[in-house]
Design a binder for this molecule. Structure first.
Ligand code: KG4
Ligand code: ZN
Length: 343
C-alpha cells in the first residue's frame, strides 16, 4: 500500500479551540484527520476563553494523536517527521501542541518541523486537488486572520494585504453575537443569509485608499450594530435574514474584488481560498462567478479542511521536510508568528 519512498508525517494542531492530529502521506494524501472541537465549551462565553482552551488541549491531545495513528494503521515508527503548529495563535494553546510534538519527536527519534498556522490553511488546497501548485493568489479568511497572499512557490510568500482591524471571521462572530444567534457566528449567518435579501440594507464597503489590498471590517461591524440599535429604539422589527445577507454581501464584495484585482495585477491566473470563512457559501459563489468572468482558475478546500485541522499542517510540513527544514528542541510557541518569517 505504501511505497518505501513515501514520506509520512504526523501533524499536530492546537492553536485555538480545536485539538487535532493527522497522518499525511507525501503532503497530499490524508490517512487520518482527527479533530476534537471545543466549540460547545466556549459557546456560553460567546468566544474562545484561552485558559479553558489550553486545559482542554492538555486533556485531549494524547487520545487525539492516538486516534490519528490508529485510523491511519500506522505507528510512530513509520513516521518520517513530527509536525506541529507553533504560531500564530493563543500562546497557551500552542504550547500544548509544541511541548507534545517535542516529546514525541525526542522519544521516537524523529525530526521536528514547526509549521505556521496560516501556511497550513493555504496548504489545505493541496489535499483535494493533487495537481494544484503555486504560483497562485490565496485569500485567507479565518477567525483570527484576513490575508491576501501571493504564493510564489512552496514556502515562499509575499503578503499583499491584510486586515487593519478585525478579521473577517471576527466580524461574522461579533455581528452574530449582536443578532443573538450564538457562537461561532459564521456558519449561522451563512445559513440565515440564504433566505435574506443582500441588498435590503445598505452597509458600507471599506475599499480603503486607491490601490490598497488591505481590509477593514470594524466600520461595517459598527454600522450593523448601529442599525440594530436604531431599529430597537424606533420599535421597528428587524428582519435578521436581511441583516445577515446584507452584512455578508458587504464583506464578500470587498473580499472578491480585492482578490481578483490582486490576481490581475500580479498576472497570476489561479486563486485559492483558505480559512474558516472560506467555507462560506456566499463567498464561494461570488468568487466563482467573478473568476469565471476573468478566466481565473479557482480552488477551495471542502468545509472540513477550511476550518482548523491538522491535515493541512501535515501538508505544509511535507514541503518544509523536502526542503530540509528541521526545528530544534528549543522550538517555542510564537503567538504573532509572521507568514513571511521562516526563522
Ligand atoms: O480557520 P478557523 O477555523 O480558525 C481560525 O484560525 O481562526 O476559522 C474560524 C472562523 C470563525 O470566525 C467562524 O465564524 C468562521 O471561521 N466560519 C465561517 C463559516 N464557517 C466558519 N464564516 C462564514 N461562513 C461560514 N460558513
Ligand atoms: Zn485557523
Amino acid at each position: 500500500m505504501h511505497d518505501n519512498k513515501d514520506i509520512l508525517i504526523l501533524a499536530i494542531e492546537t492553536s485555538c479551540d480545536e485539538t487535532a492530529a493527522s497522518v499525511v502521506k507525501n503532503g497530499r494524501v490524508v490517512l487520518s484527520n482527527v479533530v476534537s472541537s471545543q466549540i460547545d465549551l466556549h459557546k456560553k462565553y460567546g468566544g474562545v476563553v484561552p485558559e479553558i482552551a489550553s486545559r482542554k488541549h492538555i486533556e485531549k491531545i494524547n487520545p487525539v494523536i492516538y486516534e490519528a495513528l490508529a485510523q491511519s494503521n500506522m505507528t510512530l515508527e513509520d513516521m518520517h517527521a513530527i509536525a506541529v503548529t507553533y504560531g500564530p495563535g493563543l500562546v497557551g494553546a500552542l504550547l500544548v501542541g509544541v511541548a507534545t510534538a517535542k516529546a514525541i519527536a525526542f522519544a521516537a527519534k524523529k525530526p521536528l518541523i514547526g509549521v505556521n498556522h496560516i501556511e497550513g490553511h493555504i496548504a489545505a488546497n493541496y489535499i483535494e486537488n493533487h495537481d494544484f501548485e503555486p504560483p497562485f493568489i490565496c485569500l485567507i479568511v479565518s477567525g483570527g486572520h484576513t490575508h491576501l497572499v501571493y504564493v510564489k512557490d512552496y514556502g515562499l510568500y509575499e503578503i499583499i494585504g491584510k486586515t487593519r482591524d478585525d478579521a473577517a471571521g471576527e466580524a461574522y462572530d461579533k455581528v452574530a453575537r449582536a443578532l443573538g444567534i450564538g457562537y461561532p457566528g459564521g456558519p449561522k449567518i451563512d445559513e440565515l443569509a440564504l433566505e435574506g435579501d443582500p441588498y435590503a440594507i445598505e452597509f458600507p464597503r471599506a475599499y480603503l485608499e486607491d490601490g490598497s489590498f488591505d481590509f477593514s471590517f470594524s466600520g461595517l461591524k459598527s454600522a450593523v450594530l448601529n442599525y440594530l440599535n436604531r431599529s430597537k429604539m424606533m420599535g421597528e422589527a428587524v428582519n435578521i435574514n436581511n441583516v445577515a445577507a446584507s452584512f455578508q454581501q458587504a464583506v464578500i464584495e470587498v473580499l472578491v474584488t480585492k482578490t481578483i484585482d490582486c490576481a490581475k495585477q500580479k498576472r497570476v491566473n489561479k486563486i485559492a481560498l483558505a480559512g474558516g470563512v472560506s467555507a462560506n457559501r456566499g463567498l464561494r459563489q461570488l468568487m466563482k462567478k467573478e473568476c469565471e468572468k476573468e478566466k481565473i482558475f479557482l480552488q477551495y478546500p471542502s468545509p472540513k479542511l477550511c476550518t482548523d485541522n491538522a491535515a493541512m499542517i501535515g501538508s505544509a510540513a511535507y514541503y518544509d521536510y523536502i526542503r530540509g527544514i528541521r526545528h530544534g528542541y528549543d522550538l517555542n510557541a510564537i503567538a504573532n508568528l509572521r507568514l513571511d518569517d521562516k526563522s
